[in-house]
Structures are given as C-alpha cells and as structure tokens.
Design a protein around this ligand. Structure first.
Ligand code: 5GP
Length: 211
C-alpha cells in the first residue's frame, strides 16, 4: 500500500484527500449473458471465491420485485432521476433493456477500483461494449445456456414472466448471443454450476496475473 492523494468522484462532488492506495488498481470484470442464464448465481459464487472482488450495484427504472432490496439488488430510480443522472454523466454505461433503463454508477465503481478491488459488472451486451471502451483491459465473459430449451425452462421456472414475455426474452437472448461473439473474449457454458464457476475463476485469475 502507498500513501497517495486519491481523487474520489462522488455523485455530486469531487473530493481529494490522503488515502491508502494499493499499488495495483482493481479490474473491471463484465459478466453478460441472456436473461435466465444464471448470471446472478455465478456472480455470487465468484464473490465468495475470488479475493478482493465486489459487485457493482446497478441503477434501474424497472419496478422492484417483492424479494428485492433497494441498494442491495439495484438502486431503483424514477425515469426522471435516471435521465438527470445520465445527463450529468454519472453512469459508466447505460442501456434500455426490456423497456427499462439500467446503468452502472461511476462513483461507486471508481471508489472500489481505487482501493484495489476488482468489480463485477453484471450487465447486458450494450453496456458491456461501453464498459470495454472505457476500460480496455476489462475482462469480458459471456455466459451461454447449454441450449435454448434449458433457457426457456429457467426463465419460465422463475415465474416472473408471462408466456409472451418469455418469448421476448428468448428472442433477445438470440440477438445478444450473436452480438457477443465480437465483443467477449471469454465464453462459458453454464450447464453444470460448479464447472462454470471454476472456468470463470480460472479466467479471472489468469487475466489478473497477466498484468
Ligand atoms: P433484470 O431486470 O432481469 O434484473 O435485468 C435485465 C437485464 O438488464 C439483464 O440482462 C441484466 O444483465 C441487465 N442489467 C442489469 N444491470 C445493468 C446495468 O447496469 N447496465 C446494463 N447495461 N445492463 C444491466
């Protein structure tokens, strides 16, 4: 650890003060994949197994689910608030997904990276491309289902979507997967959870050791 002056971007101000700064900045790790592919479960396992890794909490305008908590699952914002923050440049990336806005708050991400932590961004492909443009050394991992039927069963099994909405998510999954081929250097099939977690942990360790 070095004693250095670090500038921390807060939501509404920029403060500079003396803090302990690690020799190495953390890495941005982008995890994308179709809705229902199991990204949330995989991210939870990665957080347990890879030291100094934390999760970026996104902002969204979608409605909060019954089991979801403000500030833990998402920051739930009105469209007006989201648009104002977007206009203020407060998001690293943002996208409209299934009719709702989603975005990664810049201030929290910068804070975590500055303290040497790597940060998992569980975001869609549009956001992944923006994150890679801002952080060219970001580790880009795309999660694939074993096959489309497995994805259908998982989305339907969550009980959150009507049949129409399941079909929309499936067609979105096809589109995302074809675009992802160009932008994600790592692809992991989530058939067996343990194997998928192992593969992702190996990718993160190798990419972190390489720099
Ligand atoms: P859900 O509403 O099911 O939680 O998320 C819907 C989609 O939005 C998922 O594909 C998820 O990865 C994506 N998403 C969640 N947070 C963000 C974000 O901050 N930025 C972007 N671009 N996509 C996000």
């Amino acid at each position: 650890m070095l004693n250095r002056t670090a500038c921390v971007e807060a939501a509404d101000s920029r403060e500079c003060h003396e803090v302990k700064v690690p020799d190495k900045r953390g890495k941005v790790i982008v995890i994308s994949g179709p809705s229902g592919v199991g990204k949330g479960t995989l991210c939870a396992e990665i957080l347990k197994r890879v030291d100094d890794t934390c999760l970026s909490i996104s902002a969204t305008t979608r409605e909060r689910g019954a089991s979801e908590m403000e500030g833990k699952d998402y920051y739930f914002l009105t469209r007006e608030t989201f648009e104002a923050r977007r206009a203020g440049g407060l998001f690293l990336e943002w996208a409209e997904v299934f009719g709702n806005y989603y975005g990664t708050p810049k201030d929290k991400l910068n804070e975590m990276l500055t303290t040497g932590k790597s940060v998992l961004l569980e975001i869609d492909v549009q956001g992944g491309k923006q994150a890679k443009a801002a952080y060219p050394d970001a580790i880009m991992i795309f999660i694939l289902p074993p096959d489309e039927h497995a994805l259908y069963t998982r989305i339907q099994g969550r009980g959150r979507d009507s049949e129409d909405s399941v079909q929309v998510r499936l067609s979105e999954a096809r589109a995302e997967t074809s675009v992802a081929w160009d932008h994600y250097e790592h692809r992991v099939v989530n058939d067996d959870l343990e194997q998928a977690v192992h593969a992702i942990v190996r990718i993160i360790r190798a990419a972190s050791a390489a720099c």
